[in-house]
Design a protein. Sequence first.
Length: 409
Amino acid sequence: MRASRWGFVVRFLLLGLSALFVVWSALYALSRCDAEKELGPKYKPKARAARATEWREGIDWRDEIIYFVLIDRFCDGDSSNNKGRIPDSYRPWDGTPEHVDWLKAYQGGDLRGVINRLDYLSDLGITALWLSPVFDNSDSSFLGWWPYHGYQPRDFFAVDEHFGGTGDLCELVQQAHRRGIKVILDMVCNQVAPDHPWVSDSTNWHVLGYRHWFHRRSGVDASTGIENWHDQHQLETRELHGMPDLAQENPHVYAFLLDVAKYWINLTNCDGFRLDAVKHAPREFWRRYCADLHRFAGPDFLLLGEVFDGNIDYLARYAEVGFNAYSASARTSAAVLRSSAMRCTVSPAARASNAVRGPMQTTTVPSGSGANCSAICRATLPELTTSPRMRPSATSTATELGAATPMVR
């Protein structure tokens, strides 16, 4: 009798524990479901898990002469794509001051034009070509400006129709490599176009939950934009000039951005990325992103971060996140950065020539510290052609040479 009573108690306790476990599992599943909803839709990668080709060894980016090309303003190689999908997006400037606003529209430059001028670029002595973003951009003007610059992406896996197609981009990289010229693509990780389908489509935004992929957005006023440009939290979580701000801390967003980068590496076999708006994303994001990309593409794949700030102490905060500018073999402390700062300079003739085109832009960089840093300056073509195949000295830094030529048609 006593044994059967204890058996009943044991069975009752086991039944109770089982019921508690079922309830706990249900609550846990609900909490996981709620958490997933707060993160928005889970991203499914498109890129291959491994890189398609072997990485070339032994690239020292300090020895490279990098030439920047704003694709739309360089050379028109295919007039059939000038108007894109929207005829009003194209309005070639006639050179008159009264029509200077026409420069807010596309001017006809494309990837075919860059291909056609590769011999010209090679003759200048450049060893690397940095292209403005190639992503398919917004189909509407934003504050009166069409996105010829490439920083308002709508489709991260397509080339903008004004510039050509993925075939043109792959051919450009192949042709450049044959001439010993490396190609650097411009990667956008901070924002999307205001008319991106994730944002403009109410089903995507509200029902599928893509709103969780972004920081707070009003969409109608500047209340969610950056107000205090000295507030790091605002820089990282508020909208830059009204563009929807991606939440890089969201694991689904991170998976998407990493996949975009891998996709273009596999597709084009490019040699590096210039990373836009670095200070507008958390450093922890960049640390993980750089590490993952270097594991994928190799340690010599260039990751050049753009931190738009002239304060050397502020720039030093990004010294250890993994950009090639601060490689593992040449870790650079803030003290070294401060003590070895220099300015990229140009000749008086170049300075006078640039006065017509706009103010000289220079970036403070370290010299002689062993850091793999790049200075950004705008130089004129006559200065380049005086010494073809020129290379910086061992103690200088690489110079990114901006395209200072008028459109070639």
